[in-house]
Design a protein around this ligand. Structure first.
Ligand code: ARG
Length: 401
C-alpha cells in the first residue's frame, strides 16, 4: 500500500497508528488529517505531532461551518435524541470526517483511508459504513482494531518511534469533544451507580455554581433553523456558541445515561451538550404551535428513526435522505420564537409565538366571551366517535349475562 489518509486527533492511539501503518501494514506515505470541529484544541501543535510521528504530510481542515450547518441544524429540525436523551453530538461529526477523508483520498491519489477507532465503539461503525457508502472501492485500514495492545503497550510501542508518552498522568476518562458538546466515559463512570464527579464537566456549571438569578431568553426560528437570540441575528456557528454559553452558565445540558451501543454493549455515558439540547427543546416547542396534530404524531415516530440511523452510522443512506425530505417539508411552517427561562440546571419553556404559522386559534381555545367554538356540534361528533365502543360494550355486556 503506497499512500493512506489517516483521520488524526493528536491522541496516543492515532499517533501510534502512523508508525504502525508504516511498519505493520507496509504503508509508504501516511497523510494525517485533523479536523477542526470547534473542539478548541490548538491545531498547529497537533499537525506537527503527526509529522514527528512519521507522517509524510499533515493536514488540518476547518469543518466547523459545515458541521453546524449541514449536520447540527438538521438534527435540530429532527429533534434528534437517541434513546430519547442523547442529541448525537459525537455521532453527527463522524459522517462529515468520513466525507472529508474520502475527498482527500481522491485528491491525493491515496489507496486507502485509516482511522484509530477500537473495536468496541460506535465510531468505527460510523466511519466504516460512511466511507463504504461514499466510496465502496476505497479500503479502510483500522490498526487500533487489530493490534490488540493494552494502553501501556501502545505507549511503549509509540515511544520506540519517538511518540512521547502523555506528559501528565493522563485523564482516567475517555473524552470526545466538539462544538456541540462533550462525551465522557470510563474511569469511575463505569459503575452506573456512581455519581459523575464534578471534574468530568467543562461546558456546564454545577447547580451550586449556577447563578441564583434566572435569565429569560427568546430564540427565533426560520423554517426550523434557529436564527436569533433576543432579537439579534446569529449565523449558525455563532448561534451554537452563544447557546452553549448561556445554557452552560445556568448548568443546563448535562446527561447521564445507560446507552445501547451498535455493537450490543450497554455503556454508561456522561454528556454535556448545553446549546444543542436547549435549541432542540425550543424547536420542539415551536413545532407544537405550528404543526398539525397528525404531522406532529408521524414526525415524532420518524424523529426517533432519524436519531437511530445517525447513531448507527447510517447517515449516507436512502432512508435517511427520504426522512430528511419529510422533515424539511414540515419545517416550512416552523417560523416564530420561543421564550425560555434558564435557572439552576433547567431550561423552562415560558412562551411561544408565530406570526404566520400559529395554528393556535384564540377564539377556539378561549373560555372567555370571545368563544366561537360551536359547543352543540360536539354532541353529534361524540355520538359517532363513541359508536364503535358502545357497539362493542353492548355485545360484551350481553355475553356477560
Ligand atoms: N457514546 C457516544 C456515541 O456513540 C460517544 C462516543 C465517544 N467517542 C469516543 N471516541 N470517545 O456517540
Amino acid at each position: 500500500m503506497k499512500k493512506v489518509v489517516l483521520a488524526y486527533s493528536g491522541g496516543v492511539d492515532t499517533s501510534v497508528c502512523i508508525p504502525y501503518l508504516r511498519e505493520k501494514f507496509g504503508v509508504k506515505e501516511v497523510i494525517a488529517f485533523a479536523a477542526d470541529l470547534g473542539q478548541g484544541d490548538e491545531l498547529e501543535p497537533i499537525r506537527l505531532k503527526a509529522i514527528d510521528a512519521g507522517a509524510s504530510q499533515s493536514l488540518v481542515g476547518d469543518l466547523i461551518k459545515p458541521f453546524i450547518e449541514d449536520f447540527a441544524f438538521p438534527a435540530i429540525k429532527a429533534n434528534a435524541l437517541y434513546e430519547g436523551k442523547y442529541p448525537l453530538s459525537t455521532a453527527l461529526a463522524r459522517p462529515l470526517i468520513a466525507k472529508r477523508l474520502v475527498e482527500l483520498a481522491r485528491e491525493l491519489g491515496a489507496d486507502a483511508v485509516a482511522h484509530g477507532c477500537t473495536g468496541k465503539g460506535n465510531d468505527q461503525v460510523r466511519f466504516d459504513v460512511a466511507i463504504g457508502s461514499l466510496a465502496p472501492d476505497l479500503k479502510v485500514l483500522t490498526p487500533a482494531r487489530e493490534w490488540g495492545m493494552s494502553r501501556e503497550e501502545t505507549i511503549a510501542y509509540g515511544e520506540k518511534f519517538g511518540i512521547p508518552a502523555p506528559v501528565s498522568k493522563s485523564s482516567p476518562y475517555s473524552i470526545d469533544l466538539n462544538l456541540l458538546g462533550r462525551s465522557v466515559e470510563a474511569g469511575v463512570l463505569e459503575d452506573p451507580m456512581v455519581a459523575p464527579p464534578e471534574e468530568v464537566f467543562a461546558m456546564t456549571s454545577s447547580i451550586n455554581d449556577a447563578p441564583n438569578d434566572s435569565e429569560e431568553i427568546e430564540i427565533g426560528f426560520e423554517c426550523g433553523n434557529p436564527i436569533s437570540i433576543n432579537g439579534s441575528r446569529l449565523d449558525p456557528v455563532s448561534m451554537i456558541r452563544k447557546a452553549n454559553y448561556i445554557a452552560g452558565k445556568h448548568g443546563f445540558g448535562r446527561i447521564d445515561m445507560i446507552e445501547n451501543r451498535v455493537v450490543g454493549i450497554k455503556s454508561r455515558e456522561i454528556y454535556e451538550t448545553p446549546g444543542l439540547l436547549m435549541l432542540i427543546r425550543a424547536h420542539q416547542e415551536l413545532e407544537s404551535l405550528t404543526l398539525s396534530a397528525d404531522v406532529l404524531s408521524l414526525k415524532s415516530q420518524l424523529e426517533s428513526k432519524w436519531a437511530d440511523l445517525v447513531y448507527q452510522g447510517l447517515w449516507f443512506t436512502p432512508l435517511k435522505d427520504a426522512l430528511d425530505g419529510f422533515i424539511n417539508q414540515t419545517q416550512l411552517s416552523v417560523n416564530g420564537s420561543v421564550r425560555l427561562r434558564l435557572h439552576k440546571g433547567n431550561a423552562i419553556v415560558i412562551g411561544r409565538n408565530s406570526l404566520e404559522n400559529s395554528l393556535y386559534m384564540p377564539n377556539m381555545a378561549t373560555y372567555g366571551e370571545q368563544d366561537n367554538f360551536d359547543h352543540k356540534s360536539a354532541e353529534g361528533f361524540i355520538y359517532i366517535w363513541g359508536l364503535p365502543s358502545r357497539l362493542w360494550a353492548s355485545l360484551t355486556n350481553k355475553s356477560n349475562d
